[in-house]
Design a protein around this ligand. Sequence first.
Ligand SMILES: Nc1ncnc2c1ncn2[C@@H]1O[C@H](COP(=O)(O)OP(=O)(O)OP(=O)(O)O)[C@@H](O)[C@H]1O
Length: 402
Amino acid sequence: MELKEFSPRIRRGVNPTLGELLKSVGDAQSPDHDHHILELGFPCSSVPPSSYPFVLSFTNLTYSVKVRLKVNLIPSCFGANSNTAEVKLGSSNANTKVLLNGISGEAREGELMAVLGASGSGKSTLIDALADRISKDSLKGSITLNGEALDSRLLKVISAYVMQDDLLFPMLTVEETLMFSAEFRLPRSLSKSKKKARVQALIDQLGLRNAATTVIGDEGHRGVSGGERRRVSIGIDIIHDPIVLFLDEPTSGLDSTSAFMVVKVLQRIAQSGSIVVMSIHQPSYRILSLLDRLIFLSHGQTVYGGSPANLPVFFREFGHPIPETENRTEFALDLIRELEETPGGTKSLVEFNKSWQLNKNQQRQEGRSKQLDQLHHQAKAFPQGCNKCKHFKRQTSLRCTK
Ligand SMILES: Nc1ncnc2c1ncn2[C@@H]1O[C@H](COP(=O)(O)OP(=O)(O)OP(=O)(O)O)[C@@H](O)[C@H]1O
């Protein structure tokens, strides 16, 4: 059985509906069928780019929790003059705390999206919301994959979530650990040799070839380095080759070189056909160069959404140009923190970002309209299409692509 439509590497050039994907997912779960990674043909870096990449869109995500005021000191009912007081527990008074407030964005196949912000700004909450790890009842807004609502069952199969804390067996080697994961997570029907092939490909993709036979280790036994350990954790979670990968602070606790290597691996995973969304505290200049999209949060609101390249023009237009010599994300995070401490908070930046996004969307629409006009013009000028093959380039160029 073939699962060509299901694998992100396989369905290049095809634009599957979620229904088709779901069917493939159903097929993949059947014990009679091999897993989609059978069709991957490692290594997958040589695969040509897709015409219809997967796009994970989220619109107006809002998430609130009820905060119960548990402790109330009330005068004792044993006498107004008494200076004793009793503690009333579990008061029914409830306040609502908004953890995410109208967050929108888009993460694309082949790209690395990072969620940034100070501690408590809502990074983990956003990742959890996207990964379907928080109650649907209290989460408002929509999450779609290629324009269609994302079903929890489908997301479970096509995604992976890498947590901050890695729970690994200290006495197993890197290779054994990944093989254990392959045995555990890949279908029983998949042959041992195919599982081994997947593990070997993964070891290369994770840059762990030199550490393949090293034990994981722990405080008592020397083993792989912190960065290698983190990459093993990622490997365990992506053994089934997910389309969407979520990571909560994958670089936390690592030195800058190890952190860079982890993000480099994530970039490689994205470029081999996945959507990668991660939270990160303070990326170094080198890490920033690997990121494709950023969302800066402040108290659960977006204060910047866009590419790292657009940060300078965004902050210049906001009236706070980033000095040439400064790390762009450090500057942005410092400015956000300063604004948070002012009476008005980050309201001005939130509003500015909204109008900036609107402007950008408008420009994009205008660009698309122009392209369409060109296409109409082209169709009029050459009603027969290209003399050789009778085709026009799908987009706008007058040159034939065939
Ligand atoms: N169940 C909850 N009830 C009340 N407040 C909550 C709850 N869960 C999270 N919070 C609060 O929501 C805010 C956002 O938390 P979140 O963990 O998403 O922040 P973060 O940006 O990931 O922080 P860090 O970088 O420290 O991990 C924090 O102020 C946190 O205390």
